[in-house]
Design a protein around this ligand. Structure first.
Ligand code: SF4
Ligand code: SF4
Length: 362
């Protein structure tokens, strides 16, 4: 997470970073002059227009990571103007470390991160796949990536050594050598960011999708019924920070394996807003500019429905929390990844339902 000025070469790009940004209408000259202004440390309207989706890091053909420059200037200027009462993640960061549920000795250790209360994750981590699992959460296990949406992009970088140390202590305490992350932000901070910053990670980070894929591979006899449904996928901003497996983000292969095993057909190839062009859930502006966030969500959900999706699958607990209302209004069922797999295992979804509709969120 750092803008690389040496790679930002206006003679070798067409300003793709902002020309392709789906939330502004910039041509090549607009884009380059905006980036130039930010490089010089000047204020520019893009700082306020940017919804912190991180997509321009993917769009830049030179790998300069322009969103990191935007996020840095947003923090320096305080331009996002997020009201203090709309900064719940800061509260989560101060919560004490918690054992959300204690599993069996030898079972997996799952970190629900700092946002374990955003959706009722304990209820989402039940059933056969998680019966032995210990779940931890709280501020010491918060990667802080959410802060990038709130004008404090330096936080995950500054807290990184402490974050890894806290998790390493938890791994030692529970006698495991790997930790499963329910939020891919934590996974990506413990992999991509740790590698970028040269921070040693003394445990193996495991993405929730990798965990589920491996569990299904190890227990093929537990799949009670192929689901036989068409699914669209909400790939959040944090998935963009994922390590690459070949030319794809590594999580997409795990998800494809899961879909195949439980009989789900992806409609992503039929969507307009997919791959690098996927739309953000809008969480970064959900409080400060609610109407704009909901408008983006509507466009996103309509696109999934137009592609023939019967349900919209979420991997990120934060995305499903802010989008489930719009999904419900537009009659496209939102479903969290663990709930979808539990259905294929023939399990009841419990009080949380597919996506915690009507469920009290603290
Ligand atoms: S960040 Fe990338 S796309 Fe944007 S101006 Fe620089 S080189 Fe061009
Ligand atoms: S982070 Fe997203 S919203 Fe912000 S400028 Fe980049 S592409 Fe646009």
């Amino acid at each position: 997470m750092a803008f690389d000025l040496s790679k930002c070469d206006f003679s070798r790009c067409r300003g793709e970073c902002l020309v392709r940004c789906p939330y502004v209408s910039y041509d090549e000259d607009d884009a380059k002059s905006a980036v130039q202004a930010l490089i010089k440390g000047e204020r520019h309207p893009i700082l306020k227009e940017c919804i912190t989706c991180a997509a321009c890091n993917d769009f830049c053909p030179r790998g300069a990571d322009p969103w990191d420059l935007i996020a840095q200037r947003q923090e320096e200027t305080g331009v996002l103007g997020i009201p203090p009462d709309a900064k719940p993640s800061s509260d989560w960061l101060t919560k004490p470390a918690t054992v959300v549920r204690r599993g069996k000795s030898g079972g997996p250790l799952i970190s629900a991160g700092g946002i374990y209360e955003v959706v009722p994750q304990a209820e989402f981590l039940t059933g056969q796949m998680f019966e032995d699992a210990t779940i931890i959460g709280g501020g010491p296990y918060a990667c802080g990536f959410t802060e990038t949406h709130l004008g404090r992009a330096s936080r995950p970088v500054k807290f990184l050594p402490q974050f890894i140390e806290n998790l390493a202590k938890a791994a030692a305490e529970f006698g495991v050598d790997e930790i499963v992350f329910t939020h891919d932000a934590c996974y990506n901070v413990a992999t991509t960011l740790a590698m970028q910053r040269g921070v040693e990670v003394p445990f193996r980070p495991v993405h929730i999708l990798e965990y589920i894929r491996n569990w299904l591979r190890d227990h093929p006899d537990r799949i009670a019924k192929p689901l036989g449904i068409r699914i669209a996928v909400q790939g959040g901003c944090t998935t963009r920070l994922a390590p690459k497996g070949g030319d794809r983000e590594i999580w997409s292969d795990w998800l494809a394996d899961i879909f195949e095993m439980i009989g789900v057909e992806s409609v992503e190839e039929k969507r307009v807003y997919t791959g690098e062009d996927r739309l953000c859930c809008g969480c970064g502006i959900f409080h400060a500019n609610h109407e704009r966030a909901v408008e983006i969500q509507r466009k996103n959900v309509q696109d999934a429905a137009d592609a023939g999706a019967e349900e919209l699958l979420f991997i990120c607990p934060a995305c499903i929390t802010v989008m489930r209302g719009t999904c419900r209004k537009m009659e496209l069922e939102p479903i969290y990844i663990t709930q979808m797999v539990k259905r294929a295992l023939g399990e009841e979804l419990g009080p949380a339902g597919a996506a915690a509709f009507g469920y009290p969120v603290k």
